[in-house]
Design a protein around this ligand. Structure first.
Ligand SMILES: [Zn+2]
Length: 237
């Protein structure tokens, strides 16, 4: 079995930043992913694509804020068709599930690890374009189709795969979300549902009772239910 002793519970939960390297003021990624990421960026550049990170590392507290804003109706919740969901018509249980389609629980986001990134290509967008990270933007008719095609053809050569390549009844399809397999497989293995439950219990997350009561099912459906990395993903030596 591969050794993942270098991973701490705080890293899995997004409660430390010691494993990170800042690529810009607001974007940080895992230190041990820098070379692979740079190689991918350079390769994309030679094909006319300016590969950039929209979202890299995200902390527990940031994810908590995003979650609570959705739960309280401060920020809109969308379904997979892109339509707005009205929180006031939902039970707390239904509300939790509609948020989980696009937003992970704090403590259970792959963005805590630093080895998962949401990418886009500013040179394919007009200057005033507001990126939404919605599937249509990356579809054949979308402005980022060229990026999407490129990632599908080449990302695996640099160790990356799509954990949300297709909808499997949990998290929606996210063609922008890349995961660096050599690290991600270790973090995934280090994930511990008891540690997550403790972190949620000591937080001020909204919907806590419903979440904790259903944590096993949530983990099965949204956290562990990711697409398997294809066998052509090339791991660096
Ligand atoms: Zn993402």
């Amino acid at each position: 079995m591969h050794n993942n002793n270098y991973i701490t519970a705080a890293q899995v939960l997004g409660q430390t930043e010691t494993h990170l390297h800042h690529v810009s003021e607001r974007v940080a990624i895992h230190k041990n992913m820098i070379n692979a990421f740079d190689a991918m960026v350079n390769s994309a550049k030679s094909d006319g694509i300016e590969l950039r990170i929209a979202s890299g590392f995200r902390s527990f507290n940031r994810q908590l804020m995003l979650w609570n804003n959705k739960f309280s109706g401060k920020t809109p919740i969308k379904n997979m068709a892109g339509d707005l969901v009205s929180p006031e018509n939902l039970s707390p249980f239904e509300l939790v599930h509609s948020i989980l389609l696009y937003s992970a629980l704090p403590g259970a986001s792959r963005h805590h690890w630093g080895c998962d990134i949401d990418v886009y290509a500013p040179n394919l967008l007009s200057e005033d374009y507001q990126l939404k990270l919605e599937p249509w933007e990356y579809s054949e008719q979308g402005p980022l189709a060229k990026l999407s095609d490129w990632l599908i053809a080449h990302a695996h050569k640099f160790g990356f795969f799509f954990p949300y390549a297709s909808f499997q009844g949990g998290v929606a399809n996210e063609p922008w979300h890349l995961s660096y397999l050599p690290l991600a497989q270790d973090y995934q293995q280090a994930f511990d549902i008891k540690v997550l439950t403790e972190a949620l219990n000591s937080s001020n997350i909204q919907g806590k009772d419903v979440i904790v009561e259903n944590i096993e099912d949530i983990a099965k459906r949204y956290i562990n239910n990711v697409c398997i990395a294809p066998s052509n993903v090339i791991l660096p030596k």
